[in-house]
Design a protein around this ligand. Structure first.
Ligand SMILES: Cc1cc2nc3c(=O)[nH]c(=O)nc-3n(C[C@H](O)[C@H](O)[C@H](O)COP(=O)(O)OP(=O)(O)OC[C@H]3O[C@@H](n4cnc5c(N)ncnc54)[C@H](O)[C@@H]3O)c2cc1C
Length: 172
């Protein structure tokens, strides 16, 4: 895949300002998850340093980015907290890492229906604290709940998705 050209970089700067990063050191931090890539595997996948890192803040920015990336044939790799340690967040085709760090809001809780609507970068523990204020709690979560996101878990098939669905989760 070709690197981002000047026009593409300008577009990203205009849309995301300080929330797009082209810095080499910063990009390197996004080339692995919370573990180092095993030496045996590294030569097989080559460099995983992305061309840019973007942190959208809402759904509108995200859908705009996806549309633009598709038109420009640029690969996007979503990233929550990168906790699973088996490489799902590695940008093996480079392109842009979409970091959900800033999409961390609880949008609403319906205590009657027992449903929660959240942005995908919400960390489980934060959501649970929010629910507890209303006398509610999560029915399930990964044991990595202090350092993993709702979106990251569900995207990779969080193992109790039926219960989650019955509990009424919606992700924006
Ligand atoms: C100590 C520890 C305990 C753990 N316990 C459990 C456990 O009990 N159960 C369990 O299932 N797992 C467990 N895990 C694995 C992992 O932490 C969880 O699955 C976690 O929920 C992943 O969330 P994350 O935010 O780190 O996801 P990430 O690693 O950031 O993302 C996971 C995958 O989803 C994609 N993704 C992320 N966000 C989005 C999005 N918004 N839209 C589309 N795709 C997206 C990423 O590209 C990646 O492929 C554990 C890990 C550790 C280190």
């Amino acid at each position: 895949m070709a690197k981002l050209d000047n026009k593409q970089q300008s577009y990203l700067k205009e849309r995301f300002g300080g929330r797009v990063n082209f810095d080499k050191v910063e990009r390197k931090l996004y080339s692995h998850d919370i573990a180092a890539i095993p030496g045996l595997i590294k030569p097989l996948i080559g460099s995983t340093v992305p061309d840019a890192v973007v942190q959208p803040v809402n759904e509108e920015e995200l859908t705009g980015l996806i549309r633009w990336a598709m038109e420009n044939e640029i690969v996007l790799t979503p990233r929550g907290k990168a906790s699973p340690v088996y490489g799902g967040v590695l940008p093996v085709k480079k392109g842009i890492v979409v970091d959900f760090y800033r999409m961390n809001r609880v949008i609403g809780v319906d205590s009657d229906a027992q449903t929660a609507t959240v942005q995908s970068g919400v960390v489980w523990e934060k959501l649970d604290r929010y629910l507890k204020k209303q006398g509610l709690t999560l029915r399930t979560y990964p044991t990595s709940y202090p350092g993993s996101t709702v979106g990251g878990w569900l995207a990779q098939g969080g193992p109790v998705s039926d219960r989650m669905r019955r509990a009424g989760f919606a992700i924006m």
